[in-house]
Design a protein around this ligand. Sequence first.
Ligand code: 6PG
Length: 248
Amino acid sequence: MKSSFKTQVFQDAYTTADRLAMDFIRYAEQTMEFREKLYIALSGGSTPQTMFSILAKEYARSLPWEKLHFFWVDERCVPAESPESNFGNADRLLFSKISIPKENIHPILGKDDPLCEVVRYTGEILAHVPCVNKFPVFDLIILGMGNDGHTASIFPGQMDLFETNALCSVNEHPETRQKRITLTGKVINNASNVIFLVTGDAKADKVSSIFNNDHLALNYPAHKVKPVNGNLSWYMDSEAAKQLKMEN
Ligand code: 6PG
């Protein structure tokens, strides 16, 4: 499969989320012409919440949602009811508003013992997502990027999580020490399509470092996302992309 790299910059965060929602629906419609099921992994944080709301509001009846399986890129080790929960927020904003079978939603159970949950979630992935070279191939992984250049719950200085053969790992947020569970780098880079959804002025420095491939970018996990056989796209607003020389 020929890999592609695409960058799109939009005027503001809402427009960026709106375009990604539309492109996600188009991708799913096109792919399901020749596929029975699609395997998607979602990130958390605040950025994707607008996209979730748009999908629920504008596209609730646009897809046979029963053909899509949703996993999470990472999760905070908190109960689903917590406002910190990536699954909890996606469920509140999207899944509770569309008709999708419960068995198609595969959350990381943040309330459970992290080490046990890593084993369970690994098994859940392997039980559903087709594998190539022993690694699951998600059809689409949507990533965010932290202000420090982290992605998933892989933080600067933790590049070993791009070398491990484990599918997911327990980790800690370097400042809050909050326990996290995250997909590892090899799973992310094994996906058919990886999309970064990055908005806001606070991300502009890291975006510039990564796109200029400068020496600082070597510390940023987002810079290590290079799908082996898949496509990589960046959806950004003008704030996040303001140090780049491009217009959409
Ligand atoms: C998480 C995410 C994380 C997120 C970035 C960006 O659990 O926080 O999965 O990787 O994508 O931290 O977060 P914001 O969208 O809130 O800036």
